[in-house]
Design a protein around this ligand. Structure first.
Ligand code: FPP
Length: 225
């Protein structure tokens, strides 16, 4: 049986879910956060070491200001209200993405949350915020060219936001769309990919367990036989 170290998720479909319920896109984001909580718990139950969640991309700034504000308020409120839960559950939080653009207030909330959970050694949640793989790669390459040395694969890996984190075993995308949207394109080179029709707020623990069980039985070759 394959061991699962790392699951990465593109949580797509909140907006459409909100409209489906004859409410707003933001209503869908709020419900999406409830799914996040369920999937965190189920990841802990399955002793998964890393869970990476794509919460806000470098491209998401193109959305209406009101929606962007709502998403970041939701995140701030979550970290404010739930940080003790994260500590209790032995969760370590890491932000991946370019934080430079954030307000000082948000930067400090994020770095405090990372600091407070730093010593936890249960599930590590990598929250992708203002994350885009092309930006991540360019940042890595710019660091490397300063060394004026020949570049090897491990040098690129070691300078990505995911430095020291094993590549995802599983990538899940909900929302009935089959694309990767500039998400961890280097790290998912050998991941098993699951495209799920359900919208993120409808994605259940049962759906998640089904994917994990399929993965446990999958033979992985990594290019070999
Ligand atoms: C994609 O759905 C979802 C997002 C861009 C945001 C993800 C945010 C959450 C799941 C809730 C908040 C999470 C945290 C950690 C605070 P979409 O808006 O692209 O949906 P659509 O494809 O139906 O438009």
């Amino acid at each position: 049986m394959n061991k699962i170290n790392h699951v990465a998720i593109i949580m797509d479909g909140n907006g459409r879910w909100g409209y489906k319920k004859k409410k707003s896109r933001n209503y869908g984001h709020r419900e999406g956060l409830n799914t996040v909580k369920k999937i965190i718990d189920e990841s802990i139950n399955n002793k998964i070491k890393y869970l990476t969640l794509f919460a806000f991309s470098t491209e998401n700034w193109k959305r209406p200001k009101k929606e962007i504000k709502y998403l970041f308020n939701l995140l701030e409120a979550f970290l404010h209200k739930k940080i003790n839960d994260l500590i209790e559950k032995n969760i370590k939080l890491k932000i991946i993405g370019n934080k430079k653009i954030f307000s000082n207030k948000l930067k400090s909330i994020l770095s405090n949350s990372e600091r407070i959970t730093k010593k936890n050694n249960g599930l590590q949640i990598n929250l992708a915020l203002n994350y885009g793989f092309k930006e991540e790669l360019v940042t890595s390459v710019n660091k490397l060219i300063k060394t004026k040395k020949k570049v090897f694969e491990k040098d690129i890996s070691n300078n990505l936001y995911t430095f020291n984190i094993p590549d995802p075993d599983i990538l899940i995308r909900t929302g009935n769309t089959k694309r990767l949207s500039n998400f961890m394109l280097w790290q998912i080179a050998y991941s098993e990919i699951f495209f799920i029709k359900k919208l993120w707020p409808d994605f259940s623990k049962k759906d998640y367990k089904k994917i994990l069980n399929t993965y446990y039985k999958t033979k992985r070759n990594f290019g070999g036989l």
